[in-house]
Design a binder for this molecule. Structure first.
Ligand SMILES: Cc1cc2nc3c(=O)[nH]c(=O)nc-3n(C[C@H](O)[C@H](O)[C@H](O)COP(=O)(O)OP(=O)(O)OC[C@H]3O[C@@H](n4cnc5c(N)ncnc54)[C@H](O)[C@@H]3O)c2cc1C
Length: 350
């Protein structure tokens, strides 16, 4: 069997690896956009959503799966791109602190809720009146290094074409699809939020969300934790940090805005008291879906046209687990979980 994957972001990269591991001949076409969701992402794995104190759906399965998968890919590429790092969730009020005390003792947060920190423990540079709690089994993927190293690996294992894919060049020939004079058993779209406007899958309820982040330097800010208080601060080493992120459902483009810079700097100043200097600002569009679940499967009519998409705000955490399911569907026709199957939206197509 051979497969064409359109897009080499997080989704396309993870799926290509899985298909190659199953012995499938893979071709990837990616147009190397400079600002994609994967390239701009902070790449954080957040096991418990801070404000609502809710554990991420399927966290017990998908987080260990993701961490061991990234470790495996690191050893293949002789690189280090996944970094385990605890989150420091800052309490917003004394009620919030009391709620966290109670919540952290509940069974389902065992292994995720760490030490409660006092104001004094947290120190001067991070503004807090009520302390915070450490959240464990978290960390971040250096998404740019991941893409770069995996591209190097993929180039040795399959064909990687730097080009813009157009549906006009795709033809049905017998039971197969033909593109660029080559016939493919399967074509799988991993083209991020662009799938929302492409012909085959635009019936799916994408609600793409533009997000902006800033890079900043702050030599005095501690680098031991990812800080979260609704916005995040991610330490990258050597006094460099990322902060984000904004959400906007309009102006779906990769242009950085003054309003996002203002929002992010206001949040930063509420969180830290030490000097900082913004060094960059970036924007991209997340491929998010109405019910916040990924999209896996094949087109209702075009049975060899597939999609692996909708990784939304949690791509790093759920990508490896669902890439494996998508590969099983392609190679062995093994059904994916109902809650992520595109079949759940078939009525929208009909
Ligand atoms: C500001 C921001 C912060 C984020 N933070 C986090 C976070 O902390 N943790 C987390 O888990 N997730 C985060 N995300 C979400 C995460 O980035 C996504 O879940 C994930 O990266 C989506 O990957 P993807 O491969 O589906 O899409 P993309 O990364 O957008 O990849 C799509 C690829 O398809 C290519 N492509 C598109 N059209 C064509 C075409 N016609 N021909 C050829 N190639 C094409 C593009 O060039 C691109 O390479 C964040 C996103 C943003 C924007």
């Amino acid at each position: 069997m051979n497969a064409l994957i359109v897009g080499q972001g997080l989704a396309g990269t993870l799926l290509a690896y899985e298909l190659i591991a199953k012995g499938i001949t893979v071709t990837i076409v990616d147009r190397v956009d400079p600002l994609t969701s994967t390239k701009v992402a902070a790449g954080i794995i957040l096991p418990v959503t801070g404000r609502r104190m809710v554990k991420t759906h399927l966290a017990d399965q998908i987080i260990p799966y993701a961490v061991s998968h990234y470790r495996k890919l690191e050893s293949l590429t002789e690189a280090v791109f996944f970094h385990e790092m605890p989150i420091l969730e800052i309490f917003s009020s004394s009620k919030n602190r009391n709620d966290w005390y109670a919540r952290s003792a509940e069974n389902d947060l065992s292994g995720y809720a760490g030490a409660i920190k006092s104001k004094a423990d947290i120190g001067e540079c991070i503004r807090n009146d009520y302390g915070g709690i450490e959240l464990l089994q978290s960390g971040y993927l250096d998404t740019n290094m991941f893409l770069e190293k995996m591209k190097w690996w993929l180039q040795q294992k399959c064909t990687v074409i730097a080009d813009s894919f157009s549906l006009d060049d795709l033809k049905t020939v017998g039971n197969n699809m033909q593109w660029n004079e080559t016939s493919y058993d399967k074509v799988v779209f991993c083209n991020g939020y662009h799938a929302a406007t492409s012909n085959f899958f635009r019936y799916l309820p994408f609600i793409p969300a533009k997000g902006e982040i800033i890079d900043f330097a702050a030599p005095e800010l501690p680098e031991t934790h990812i800080i979260n208080n609704g916005h995040f601060i991610l330490p990258l080493g050597n006094g460099q940090f990322k902060a984000g992120a904004t959400y906007s459902w309009t102006d779906l483009n990769t242009i950085s805005t003054e309003s996002a810079l203002l929002e992010l700097e206001t949040a930063l100043q509420k969180t830290i008291s030490c000097p900082y200097k913004v060094t960059a600002q970036k924007a991209a569009v997340r491929p998010t879906v109405k019910d916040r679940r990924p999209l896996l499967g094949f087109h209702p009519v075009m049975k060899n046209i597939g999609i692996f998409n909708g990784l939304g705000t949690k791509g790093v955490m759920q990508g490896p687990y669902y890439a494996s399911q998508m590969a099983n569907l392609i190679a062995d026709e093994k059904a994916v979980d109902d809650e992520v199957s595109v079949k759940r939206f078939e009525s929208l197509f009909l």
